[in-house]
Design a protein around this ligand. Structure first.
Ligand code: GNR
Ligand code: NI
Length: 167
């Protein structure tokens, strides 16, 4: 297994649109294992392949406190969405920044698991937030893009300053 490097916003590569996985094979499963290890080590509750600079539609998630409930979503598709919720979000690609985002409260998602078997998951609340957050990454979208332009400009300045001081 291996811990992968997570791209940091603003990085152009975070805006790449991921491609469908054509065949779930041993290479896919190795990436899934490395993504899970990277997510648990961070620690985070989810990780999209985009964040480790692999532009394929692959997500790992685990919102359990015990880190023993891994969910793998390959080629996820939202079949239905309803309701609204506001929640504080963070992102491993934008460390230390937490902002409120409006999301659907209930979603039904169809995806393939790591064996290539299709399954459907009904998610609500925080799990639904996480799945939507990760699916955005696969479309090249980072949660801060939901903020006002003014907030985004201030955020980029803050991250630049932080990076300067970290050197
Ligand atoms: O670890 C994470 N926590 C989190 C908290 C609120 C809403 C979304 C998330 S996902 C994030 C990990 C991450 O960046 N996934 O892309
Ligand atoms: Ni994220």
């Amino acid at each position: 297994m291996a811990i992968l490097q997570i791209l940091q916003y603003p990085d152009e590569r975070l805006h790449t649109v991921a491609k469908k996985v054509e065949k779930v094979d041993e290479k896919t499963r190795k990436l899934v294992r490395d993504m899970a290890e990277t997510m648990y080590a961070a620690p985070g509750v989810g990780l999209a392949a985009t964040q480790v600079d692999v532009h394929e539609r692959i997500i790992v998630l685990d919102i359990s406190e015990t880190h023993d409930d891994l969910m793998v979503l390959i080629n996820p598709e939202i079949l239905s969405a309803s309701g609204e919720q506001l929640g504080e979000e963070g992102c491993l690609s934008v460390p230390g920044i937490y902002e409120t985002v409006r999301r659907s409260n209930n979603i039904t998602v169809r995806a393939l698991d790591e064996k290539g078997e299709p399954f459907t998951v009904e998610a609500e609340g925080f799990l639904a937030v996480c799945i939507q957050h990760e699916m955005d990454h696969l479309q090249g979208k980072v949660f801060v893009e939901y903020l006002s332009q003014l907030k985004q400009t201030r955020l980029r300045a803050k991250l630049k300053k932080r990076r300067r001081e970290a050197l």
